[in-house]
Design a protein around this ligand. Structure first.
Ligand SMILES: NC(=O)c1ccc[n+]([C@@H]2O[C@H](COP(=O)([O-])OP(=O)(O)OC[C@H]3O[C@@H](n4cnc5c(N)ncnc54)[C@H](O)[C@@H]3O)[C@@H](O)[C@H]2O)c1
Length: 420
């Protein structure tokens, strides 16, 4: 059994690592968060949080006050290391495992034997074994499980995260988990940690299958969204209302078509399918095509606005986040749409309304024709209303406020007011 005496180190205190640290500490473990961003470390040590996630501030304050959660920029010795660092892709859609490698090499000098290292970051198949190999390069004195599966000194496993931002604290506890060990014993040890707080089912498998299962989950979503987005294009071409067509089709007992939108964003669904495409480029044809369909959507929205906005028009752009009711703007198609409009139509005045942001994201800051505005003022001043994200504040909008305006509703929430 793995001891928890020296505590758990969680590396990467973002949308996944911070709530995970808080939940582990709330279940009685001593947790130390490690993050290369000093602002994140300072905020946590003050008992505050730097991300928007319901109830997280309260739990963090409680466990920090109780002395069970601390943070630093430097790695600390622990019995268990949970790695939750970013795993983006580089320009040609190849996975970028730089942060995982840095974390692995930082953990290595502190290992003295019998520790458990868990990779939670979403990764291409084989990454957990690579993490083991990076540690082995730093510590040739230790037997790592990718080379010594029969009697490793350190146990290594993958446990992908599948929480929904906005519901993270609940889902960390209630979701089923997949735990993939580099050996069966690695998997069992990792499962023991999750059994301390997970109420869902924990399925044990090998590390590569766990890595692939996580990618499949998000790729399934991406391919299905691409189908809805392609239907939107087809229906536009045929002069049909795609939302009505989907609603009718979904009355079939075995059909559940998703909703079209301005594209797919966030750190997961827009990224993870590329990890499969990179791992099996010849085989992953549909997966690549779906990514391309979804990536083409923002430009189709830009073209639609271009068609209805007169020279010098003011456009209220409602929503910048990658999905409703979160503050996360990473890979957001809404940001892409506004950025492309700012570039292609310098004559337009773009009023970006994002209830979860206090300032424009870095991608939009350089444009003189984009400003952050509040909803009432943007609606009052605009000629065109472009709905990009169906935040609750926009869904309940009084339809009278849209009268006399050109409306481009990419989410189909104001059907009847829509022009395009
Ligand atoms: N956000 C989600 O909803 C979600 C859901 C499932 C899986 N994931 C996966 O979880 C992983 C983490 O995602 P996230 O959304 O929490 O990312 P994030 O960007 O919110 O947070 C990552 C944190 O890691 C820190 N960091 C980077 N390199 C580091 C290093 N070498 N050492 C210490 N800290 C380092 C960054 O400063 C940042 O604070 C990714 O692989 C992501 O795909 C995310």
């Amino acid at each position: 059994m793995t001891s928890y005496e020296r505590g758990v180190a969680v590396i990467g205190l973002g949308y996944i690592g911070l709530p995970t640290s808080a939940v582990l500490a709330d279940h009685g473990l001593r947790v130390h968060g490690v993050d290369t961003d000093p602002r994140v470390v300072e905020a946590l040590n003050r008992g505050t949080v730097h991300i928007v996630e319901p109830d997280l501030d309260e739990v963090v304050r409680r466990v920090v006050d109780a002395g069970r959660l601390t943070a630093s920029a430097d790695m600390v010795a622990a019995d268990v290391y949970v790695v939750a660092v970013p795993t983006p892709f580089v320009d040609d859609h190849q996975p970028d495992l730089r942060h995982v490698e840095q974390a692995a090499r930082a953990i290595a000098p502190l290992l003295r034997g019998d520790e458990l290292v868990i990779l939670e970051s979403t990764c291409p198949p084989g990454s957990t074994a690579r993490m083991s190999a990076w540690i082995a390069e730093e510590r040739p004195d230790l037997r790592l499980p990718h080379e010594h599966p029969e009697s490793p000194d350190v146990h290594i496993a993958h446990c992908p995260e599948r929480v929904l931002p906005g519901h993270t604290l609940d889902e960390l506890v209630s979701n089923d988990r997949v735990v993939g060990g580099l050996t069966p014993e690695c998997g069992r040890r990792a499962a023991s940690l999750y059994e301390l707080f997970v109420e869902g089912e924990i399925s044990l498998t090998d590390a590569a299958s766990a890595e692939m299962a996580k990618l499949v989950e998000n790729t399934f979503r991406d391919v299905n969204i691409a189908f809805a987005n392609e239907l939107a294009e087809v229906c536009d071409h045929l002069g049909l209302d795609v939302w009505q067509v989907i609603e009718l089709a979904n009355h079939h007992p075995r059909v559940q078509v998703l909703q079209p939108g301005p594209g797919v964003g966030g750190h997961c669904i827009a990224v993870d399918p590329w990890f499969i495409a990179a791992a099996a480029p010849e085989q992953a044809r549909l997966i690549r095509q779906a990514r391309e369909v979804n990536d083409a959507r923002p430009q189709q929205v830009v073209d639609r606005v271009d068609g209805v906005a007169a020279t010098g028009a003011t456009v209220a752009c409602l929503g910048l986040a990658f999905k409703p009711d979160v503050d996360d703007m990473r890979e957001s198609p809404a940001v892409t749409v506004v950025q492309r409009l700012a570039e292609s139509r310098p004559d337009l005045h773009l009023l970006a309304v994002e209830p979860y942001a206090e300032k424009l994201p870095a991608a939009l800051a350089p444009y003189d024709n984009v400003v952050l505005d509040d909803l009432a003022e943007a609606l009052d001043r605009s000629d065109v209303v472009l709905l990009l994200v169906h935040h609750a504040a926009f869904v309940d909008l009084d339809p009278a406020l849209l009268e006399d305006k050109q409306v481009v509703d990419t989410r189909g929430i104001w059907r009847g007011s829509r022009t395009g």
